[in-house]
Design a protein around this ligand. Structure first.
Ligand SMILES: C[S@@+](CC[C@H](N)C(=O)[O-])C[C@H]1O[C@@H](n2cnc3c(N)ncnc32)[C@H](O)[C@@H]1O
Length: 266
């Protein structure tokens, strides 16, 4: 992988597991293998955006990227900034932090290519360097499940959001079609080799968010054809499982969505 110039900063982390998590994510940029263009090029980010919003086609329906013009948004675990740039392009004042220098460096390149303003910093979501009540919206999509101490991170997300703001989060659903299929077919999940990967039931996730005054839960992410898997299992999945599953009314399968989205008020 191209080495990206990234901010050097000592995060002063006392938890050795966080250091392992940081190392892992420096070596495993999310969805990197799907990109056809060279890492860091304009086409690279377009590939990642196209792949993400095909796989997560629900996302723009549940998160209104256009609705935050002039609002202050913090994304914790922003990766290379694929979601964050959507908020920024719609006029939000965005800050993205990530534990991994590679992600922050790539996110900076993405914002530069697109000539969009944003503050992208190295940071630990378990100890945010922001004052209480700083942001209108705090976003952590696919991050809480990979950190060392999820309660600490959730407390920080709640601390920095304004009293009338919102925290938007996503974790993986243990009781989901994807987890069931992965275990039945013996097909590994993405990033199953990460130092930490937790899966939650909906009640467990609600327990984690118990300090919020209001929490709306939306299970999402239903089967779409896979571009990653190859061979007989992929053929079974793409040609049989995906169409068959999607014939069942969503009302019956809703709670088995792989992504549990939460929309929480302080
Ligand atoms: C699966 S990726 C998701 C990236 C992005 N949110 C997305 O949806 O594409 C998980 C990201 O969380 C970051 N991360 C994990 N623990 C973190 C922490 N304690 N503080 C900040 N970032 C963290 C990783 O470095 C990685 O970039």
């Amino acid at each position: 992988m191209t080495v990206v110039t990234a901010p050097q900063k000592n995060l002063g982390m006392k938890d050795p597991l966080l250091e392992k998590i940081r190392q892992y994510w420096n070596e495993h940029i999310h969805d990197l293998e799907l990109a056809k263009h060279p890492v860091g090029s304009k086409g690279f980010f377009q590939d990642l955006d196209e792949y993400r919003f095909d796989k997560l086609r629900y996302l723009p329906h549940v998160v209104d990227f256009q609705a935050y013009a002039d609002r202050k948004i913090l994304e914790v675990g922003c990766g290379v900034g694929i979601d964050l740039i959507r908020f920024a392009k719609a006029g939000a004042q965005v800050t993205g932090i990530d534990l991994a220098e590679q992600s922050v460096g790539l996110a900076r390149q993405y914002f530069e290519h697109e000539e969009v303003a944003g503050s992208l910093q190295l940071g630990n979501g378990e100890e945010l360097e922001f004052a209480d009540n700083s942001f209108d919206m705090v976003y952590a999509h696919g991050v809480i499940q990979y950190t060392s101490n999820p309660k600490k991170m959730v407390d920080e997300l709640r601390r920095v959001v304004k009293p009338d703001g919102q925290v938007v989060m996503m974790v993986y659903n243990r009781i989901s079609w994807l987890n069931f299929l992965s275990q039945t077919l013996g097909v590994g999940l993405e990033h199953e080799d990460a130092p930490v990967l937790r899966k939650y039931s909906i009640p467990e996730f609600k327990d984690l968010l118990a300090d919020f005054s209001e929490v709306g839960i939306v299970p999402e992410r239903f089967p779409v054809k896979s571009r990653l898997q190859k061979g007989a299992k992929a053929a079974f999945f793409n040609l049989f499982f995906v169409p068959a599953f999607n014939l069942v009314p969503r009302a019956l399968t809703r709670n088995t969505g792989w992504h549990i989205m939460a929309f929480a008020k302080k």
